[in-house]
Design a protein around this ligand. Structure first.
Ligand SMILES: [Zn+2]
Length: 223
């Protein structure tokens, strides 16, 4: 039986009324082009919708979502590079000033990565994809071998954000802009149980609670 998509159609109607009615100033300004401030790289998880979480409007965020919010290292070959091409467009063409990696708790992608330590490779594509953060998994298992699988997974979710930050810097045009102070990289972690957001503090090397006055300094090496 076909699922009922009425809910989505009703939502589109509401959206159209809000943005394309008489007071459609916002939509009009965006017709000719976009100038988002940030590229946000988030997980596909339906509970972590970046624009909803940050109360953003149309045009605010250039969003790339994939399993476990991962960035692969810079690699030029004949594969299809969805992440790298989105990154290139955001950085080199839209010239965003910020890139945010948004990790989150209870991430199934990171769960698959942790399970792979026991030889369980997920799916046809997922296992290879999440393996981008294999070094995060190995670090967690080495540093906290006696912790519960839940705590290890939470730690791996945060470590994987750092792997993606590090991989971002392997893209020459990202590295160049960061070193010139034109681009800032941010590692964030959202707790789906509490709604709390933490950010990676380069100075302390820890994830800390995000406060309103948060204003990270641009640094050459984010790690
Ligand atoms: Zn996830």
């Amino acid at each position: 039986m076909m699922a009922d998509v009425t809910k989505f159609l009703t939502g589109i109607e509401t959206f159209q009324q809000q943005h394309f009615g008489e007071n459609s100033e916002l939509a009009n300004t965006l017709v000719d082009g976009q100038k988002p401030q940030a590229l946000l790289i988030g997980c596909c998880d339906s509970r972590v919708d970046p624009a909803l979480l940050m109360d953003c409007s149309l045009g605010d965020l250039f969003i790339l979502r994939n399993i476990a919010n991962l960035v692969p290292p810079y690699l030029k070959n004949d594969d299809y590079h969805g992440v790298s091409s989105s990154l290139e467009y955001a950085v080199c063409y839209l010239e965003v000033s910020d890139i945010i990696i948004l990790g989150h708790s209870k991430c199934s992608g990171i769960g698959a990565l942790m399970a792979s330590a026991n030889g369980k490779e997920a799916g046809e594509f997922i296992g290879k994809w999440v393996n981008i953060a294999a070094s995060a998994r190995d670090k967690v298992l080495q540093e906290m071998p006696d912790e519960s699988p839940e705590k290890q997974a939470r730690a791996c979710e945060r470590e994987a954000v750092l792997v993606s930050l590090k991989n971002l810097m392997t893209f020459p045009w990202v590295k160049e802009r960061v070193s010139k102070g034109q681009l800032s990289l941010h590692g964030w972690y959202y707790n789906i149980e509490t709604g709390q957001l933490k950010y990676y503090n380069q100075l302390t090397g820890a994830f800390e609670i995000l406060v309103k006055r948060y204003s990270p300094k641009v640094q050459e090496n984010p790690l």
